[in-house]
Design a protein around this ligand. Structure first.
Ligand SMILES: Cc1cc2nc3c(=O)[nH]c(=O)nc-3n(C[C@H](O)[C@H](O)[C@H](O)COP(=O)(O)OP(=O)(O)OC[C@H]3O[C@@H](n4cnc5c(N)ncnc54)[C@H](O)[C@@H]3O)c2cc1C
Length: 475
């Protein structure tokens, strides 16, 4: 019996496997592709994902291979300066190709002991009171206590479960690829500027050495987007859209994506859960999908581990849906709004001008920016301290930085009073007595995902909340 099977070895699956391993839970990742894909979808990490990497001691690896850019300009592509005083120690966008992110997350998952089986497609599953039986394409059957579908937008797991995926179908497809462009850079710039006046899905972004990332509207909507377009089709669409194929040749890869907006009705069905694109799809406006998937995994990992390790309090695993479903619903909505704002129709264009004017107000700019970079999320833990449910930004302590103390993935009582105790949960929670001028509470209890489970100074009050997240005392 395997503890957890993770179906799908994309960024969500690898992040989840690593989180499970932090708690000693066995994680088997099944990935259908025999080799990592060369297709580059995401181009970067936003602040909350950067924080997540910092909380697990992975940030240096990402910083070494990425480039930092100012935050801003990503809400519907409306260019504005970075909002001031963003509530994060990482107020930048980290430009890093998804192929690199995927590789770093995979390497880390393997380092911490996850097993990754490539060329292994899950084709079916069933579950009973004790576990899940996964069926692989080669006829093998595997048995696990839990299974998580991190198998992307066309998720087999979601379909086999019969979980509804309501929303809107794709209305347009876009072709995307990397290729050599023979036309000189001035010509490419001029074509870009001219075509984008009327066609925002067109774009040619230089990657160096004459290679460009080129996007162009497709003809119609494909039945099966997993089939790459041919290079002939790509060149034909370039001609149709730009009036030139820019002399493109030597494609490195070609792909196709749509603009469907859909969300799984439920993230948990018994012992099977959904995370990442398997649970939600939306257009890539603002660059949020991969970030959202990583943050799903960060929310789910410790809860599922607690379930496997036998100390999860009632309702902990269900709180994954309760907390993360509304977050993705909000992302779907902001991408819908952004899509409207990129329409060239007169009405949406007028609304775009209005939103642009509103974004000159610092608070509006910050509000929209924080939506995308996901640092403003507050889970609903009920009434209480103003920090309750929020994630805490990294702060300086006398003995170092807060995020440095979170690498183990355990809970953390950060105690400025020195009067509190979590001794009966010492196997799950670290107790750090320290002070910080940046901590606006006498003490905070942080969950493994950095969200504030309790804030205050009273031991009885702390004991009243602790079991909700960390279960019964060990002794
Ligand atoms: C053009 C484009 C640009 C984007 N830009 C950004 C961006 O800038 N920022 C951002 O945050 N997001 C961006 N995204 C979205 C991002 O790429 C996805 O949200 C992200 O890859 C989702 O990660 P995932 O692990 O959930 O799913 P995936 O990355 O799709 O991984 C799923 C994995 O499961 C495997 N799999 C599928 N079926 C099975 C099966 N039956 N058995 C076993 N394995 C299976 C697949 O081979 C795949 O490896 C972009 C998307 C597109 C299309």
């Amino acid at each position: 019996m395997i503890d957890v099977i993770v179906a799908g070895g994309g960024p969500t699956g690898m992040m989840l496997a690593s989180e499970l391993r932090l708690h000693g839970v066995q994680a088997l990742v099944l990935e259908k592709d025999a080799e990592p894909t060369p297709v580059v979808r995401s181009l970067g990490l936003h602040a909350r994902s950067i924080e997540v990497m910092d909380q697990r001691g992975l940030l240096d690896r990402f910083l070494a291979l990425g480039k930092q850019y100012p935050v801003g300009g990503f809400f519907a592509g409306i260019a504005k300066p970075s909002p001031e005083r963003l509530d994060t120690a990482h107020a930048y966008v980290l430009g890093i190709l998804q192929t690199v992110t995927d590789r770093l997350l995979t390497e880390h998952a393997i380092e911490v002991g996850a097993e990754v089986r490539r060329g292994c497609e899950l084709v079916g599953l069933s579950q009973d009171d004790y576990g899940v039986t996964a069926e692989l394409a080669d006829g093998t059957q595997l048995r696990s206590r839990y299974l998580v579908g991190c198998d992307g937008g066309r998720s087999t797991v979601r379909k086999v479960l019969g979980v509804g995926f309501p929303g809107e179908s794709s209305t347009v497809d876009t072709l995307l690829g990397e290729m050599v462009v023979a036309a000189d850079p001035e010509t490419v710039n001029a074509v870009n500027a001219e075509v984008r006046k009327t066609q925002l899905r067109f774009g040619a972004m230089p990657l160096g050495d004459g290679v460009y990332r080129v996007g162009v509207p497709a003809e119609g909507v494909a039945e099966d987007r997993s089939v790459s377009p041919s290079f002939e089709e790509f060149k034909r669409q370039l001609q149709v859209t730009a009036g030139t194929d820019l002399g493109v040749h030597s494609p490195r890869w070609l792909s196709r994506f749509g603009n469907a907006t859909r969300q799984a009705e439920r993230y948990r069905t018994g012992r099977v859960l959904l995370a990442g694109d398997a649970a939600h799809v939306h257009p890539p406006m603002g660059g949020q999908g991969l970030n959202l998937g990583i943050q799903d995994a960060f929310n789910l990992g410790w809860k599922l581990a607690a379930e496997v390790n036998g100390w999860a309090p009632e309702g902990l695993l269900d709180s994954y849906h309760t907390e993360r479903h509304p977050v993705a619903a909000d992302v779907l909505d902001n991408t819908r709004a952004q899509m409207e704002l990129t329409s060239l129709e007169p009405g949406p264009q007028a609304v775009r001008r209005l939103v642009s004017q509103l974004m000159d107000f610092e608070d509006v700019n910050r509000y929209l920016t924080e939506k995308i970079i996901a640092i403003g999320i507050r889970y609903d833990f009920g009434e209480g301290h103003e920090l309750l449910g929020k994630r805490l930004r990294d702060i300086a302590l006398k003995q170092g930085r807060l995020y440095e103390l979170m690498h183990s993935g355990r809970g953390l009582l950060l105690d400025q009073t020195g009067q509190l105790s979590v001794a009966d949960w010492a196997d799950r929670i670290d107790h750090v007595v320290d002070t910080s001028k940046d901590l606006e509470a006498p003490a905070v209890l942080l969950r493994p995902d950095g969200h504030v489970a309790w804030a205050g100074e009273n031991q009885a009050d702390l004991l009243g909340q602790i079991q909700r997240w960390f279960g019964a005392p060990a002794n």
